[in-house]
Design a protein around this ligand. Structure first.
Ligand SMILES: *Cc1c(COP(=O)(O)O)cnc(C)c1O
Length: 353
């Protein structure tokens, strides 16, 4: 008997394994979530749309697109919306890459990248980070071949929190052929306090082959509703829109995103408090003796190498994200951050290297 079988590439893609359910959500420092509830006015705006759930959402995401376009000084045909910026990235790679094409990206970086690249049959070309946990842009430029279709740049980088500098990015772009699409993933833009960092908006203004990715999941705290978008030249945007599933972003999510933008004064206060906590956590960890890179995101990186899994085990019930190279710890409420710092100190004291 013959059996149905998916494409062989599926065997190389890890199955989704949900994190351990936590008895206390505040203990979850493993997904870079926002510790704050929705911004003022957001639940009310979303509730109005909940009452209309018998209707399909606006497929053009018109109102949100107009507001964002006006703020960026662009037209709405530069914006493509999806259920999180991850789904916009999947659509982009679907539209631009197939078997034989290469996608260059830094590694370690965002876990969704290898899946988004490998699924359409393209080849991942991973370029190791530098010793100080940053993108190695000269090596990434050198990795570009005739087969390269897309390059992914993540600033700040998930999971290390390091930024890509504006100057090094421009030097990199001078070496990238104009037909290669360069994605600048700015999921953590609002948390950046590095004056030398690349601004995706500047890259867009200068290069017609740049695609910027933004999301309402992190600073805006809407990850449960799934809204993200790309900004790019209209022709690239059209290609992404064609590859996106239709009616992805619900009217509830669209209304919540709009109301969140209107609450930007409170957003700024909350982002500043996360940045203050990040400063406190990094300083305390360094005081304890940890080697922590400067972070410009809502998490910090502990380069623990092969002790990462052991560390993650020790800090429970706080849940953090271990990788083979280190551990990523999201900034949570001040109380949980303090508890985390105590556990990190205990680990250094009691667990011999
Ligand atoms: C969280 C994150 C995203 C966006 O996630 P969505 O919830 O799909 O919008 C994109 N890129 C990076 C690097 C992230 O960490």
């Amino acid at each position: 008997m013959s059996e149905p079988r998916p494409r062989p590439v599926l065997a190389t893609i890890p199955a989704y394994r949900p994190g351990l359910p936590s008895t206390n959500e505040e203990h979850k420092l493993s997904s870079n979530e926002n510790p704050f509830p929705p911004l003022p006015g957001v639940i009310e705006a979303a509730a109005v749309e909940l009452g209309r759930m018998n209707r399909y959402p606006d497929p053009g995401v018109t109102a949100l697109g107009e507001v964002l376009a006006e703020r960026a000084g662009l037209t709405p045909d530069h914006f493509a919306f999806g259920t999180g910026s991850v789904s916009v990235l999947f659509a982009l790679l679907d539209a631009w890459c197939g078997p034989g094409d290469e996608v260059v990206y830094p590694w370690r970086s965002f876990e969704a990248y290898p899946i988004a690249v490998d699924l359409p049959g393209a080849t991942s070309v991973r370029v190791p980070l530098t010793a100080d946990h940053r993108h190695d842009l000269p090596a990434m430029a050198a990795a570009i071949t005739d087969r390269t279709k897309v390059v992914l740049v993540c600033t700040p980088n998930n999971p290390t929190g390091t930024t890509v500098g504006a100057e090094e990015f421009h030097a990199f772009m001078a070496q990238v052929p104009g037909h290669v699409v360069v994605v600048v993933d700015e999921a953590y833009l609002e948390f950046v306090r590095d004056p030398e960092a690349l601004a995706g908006a500047d890259a867009l203004a200068r290069y017609s082959n740049v695609v910027v990715l933004r999301t309402f999941s992190k600073a805006y705290g809407l990850c449960g509703l799934r809204v993200g978008y790309s900004i790019a030249a209209p022709a690239i945007t059209e290609s992404i829109r064609k590859a996106l599933p239709p009616f992805g972003v619900s009217d509830v999510a669209q209304a919540a995103a709009l109301a969140s933008i209107e609450a930007e004064a409170e957003l700024a206060v909350r982002v500043a408090s996360v940045v203050d906590e990040r400063t406190r956590v990094v300083a305390a960890l360094r005081e304890q003796g940890w080697d922590v890179p400067d972070s410009h995101a809502n998490f910090v990186w502990l380069p623990l190498g092969d002790r990462s899994a052991e560390f993650a085990e020790q800090v429970r019930p706080i849940s953090v994200r271990p990788f083979p190279e280190g551990v990523r710890v999201s900034i949570g409420t001040p109380e949980i951050n303090t508890t985390f710092l105590e556990r990190a100190a205990t680990f250094l004291r009691e667990t011999p290297a």
